[in-house]
Design a protein around this ligand. Structure first.
Ligand SMILES: [Zn+2]
Length: 444
């Protein structure tokens, strides 16, 4: 592959080349094997003038820290990214998932969106600045590339924030989870991810009496008692319960937060995929995913168990989930046990960092607006928000040409690819954000 460099700026060319290289390191997790990639990034950043360090829970899966200090008081601006990926089946791809090939204006490969692209854009922007002699006027720039995000971060973000909090302490953080653009009723919006939903998984259990399956009426079949419960889960979700972020989102797209149902209906009419993506931000959701009953084909089960994956906006907790369960499943006929309770995490939707992002988008995509979004899942931001409650953390990787509707199905899917114009757009963003937040030391 040869990357066409003549039409684009040097940091963007560097980002393309770096992304192509990063994709060629197979870091499918498990097993991850992030070491060779991290050594490559460390050498790239060291040559540019960064102080780099690899910190590992397991030697073959290190996390990379790279910093550029000013020596003067000021904020620590952290660019957080993960370098592991989910798996890929090459037979489903039109360009190899570890090829890093440039074709049809896209750079192809696993991680081209999630999220080697963001790491490449951040590193290229920062390394270009550093090589040009730029140093922060205040505070410091910290790049954290972690291992092991796709399976929860036990060796990555969770480990590093718990074991080395002083090395990754930061005031402002940019991570994955936002930046996709979308069009809605004449508006053009970029989502900044300000919050992530919590996870309150629970088991629904029904009980009966065991018996021989050759005589259906002999026992009392616990599995059949699941049928009406599953039916109710199929028919509806709990009522919307709008926290401050979805309220701000609805205002941002010109909708009335007091009429969430109307807003979702209009989103659905505009594009059903927008409703699919935005509706879960409006409240608690239930998704039944696993069911189990009799251990034996010829035994009527005395017990059946349904597992429900439940996601809860930050600010809401067990009390709201219990109320939602009663609302959807009714009062009787089952028992509930929570198996996992993690509250959601958030940063303020208004902040100087948000203003800087908004101003940049206004300059580079005139007429476009910035709106807060909630991630229905979660990312490594939760470990940083937990470790550093004062830190303002946002998910933001601006995509202008490839819309949110185009990128969403490619993440964790086949033919993951990034429009190289977006890689350039994002690289410019990270370079500008760096100097706007940390200033420029003219003495450097
Ligand atoms: Zn990711």
């Amino acid at each position: 592959m040869s990357v066409e460099q003549s039409q684009i700026g040097r940091p963007a060319a560097e980002a393309q080349q770096l992304l192509s290289q990063l994709i060629r390191f197979n870091t499918v997790n498990p097993p991850g094997d992030e070491l060779p990639l991290q050594e490559h990034l460390a050498s790239h950043l060291t040559q540019a003038g960064f102080a780099c360090e690899l910190l590992a829970a397991r030697p073959e899966r290190p996390n990379l820290l790279a910093r550029l200090r000013s020596g003067r008081d000021g904020p620590t601006l952290c660019y957080l990214g993960h370098v592991d990926t989910v798996l890929a089946d090459p037979s489903e791809w039109s360009h190899g998932p570890w090829s890093g090939e440039l074709a049809d204006g896209f750079l192809w490969g696993r991680g081209a969106l999630d999220m080697k692209s963001q790491v490449a854009a951040e590193v290229a922007a920062a390394a270009s600045l550093a090589r040009s002699g730029w140093r922060p006027a205040r505070g410091e720039l910290l790049i954290v590339a972690v291992a092991d995000e796709e399976t929860g971060g036990a060796l990555g973000a969770q480990w590093i924030t718990e074991q080395h909090p002083d090395k990754v302490r930061c005031d402002l953080l940019i991570n994955e989870g936002g930046g996709g653009s979308f069009e809605y009723r004449g508006r053009r919006c970029y989502g900044v991810c300000c919050a992530e939903k919590g996870v309150f998984r629970f088991n629904v259990t029904t009980s009966g009496v065991a018996g021989h399956a050759s005589m259906p009426a002999m026992g009392d079949n616990a599995l059949l008692k699941m049928a009406p419960l599953l039916q109710r889960l199929a028919e509806r979700q709990p009522a919307y319960e709008l926290t401050s972020e979805p309220q701000a989102l609805l205002r941002g797209i010109g909708e009335d937060p007091d009429d969430a149902a109307g807003a979702v209906a209009r989103l659905r009419a505009a594009d059903a995929r927008l409703a699919t993506m935005f509706e879960p931000m409006m409240g608690v959701t239930f998704t039944p995913t696993q069911i189990k009953a009799s251990e034996k084909i010829n035994v009527i089960p005395s017990r059946a168990e349904l597992k429900v994956d439940c996601r809860v906006p930050p600010g809401l907790g067990e009390a709201e989930v219990l109320r939602a369960i009663t609302e959807v499943l009714g009062e009787d006929g089952y028992k509930i046990d929570f198996t996992e309770c993690i509250v959601g995490n958030r940063s303020p939707t208004s902040s100087p960092l948000m203003e800087t992002i908004t101003a940049w988008i206004g300059e580079r995509d005139p007429g476009a607006e910035v709106v807060p979004v909630i991630l229905p899942g979660f990312s490594d931001s939760r470990h940083f928000r937990e470790a550093f409650p004062e830190c303002v953390a946002y998910g933001f990787f601006p995509h202008r040409h490839q819309s949110l509707l185009q990128t969403a199905p490619l993440i964790h899917g086949a033919n993951e690819r990034i429009d190289v114009r977006d890689l350039e757009f994002a690289t410019d963003f990270f370079a500008d954000l760096t100097t706007r937040v940390l200033g420029s030391d003219s003495a450097a």
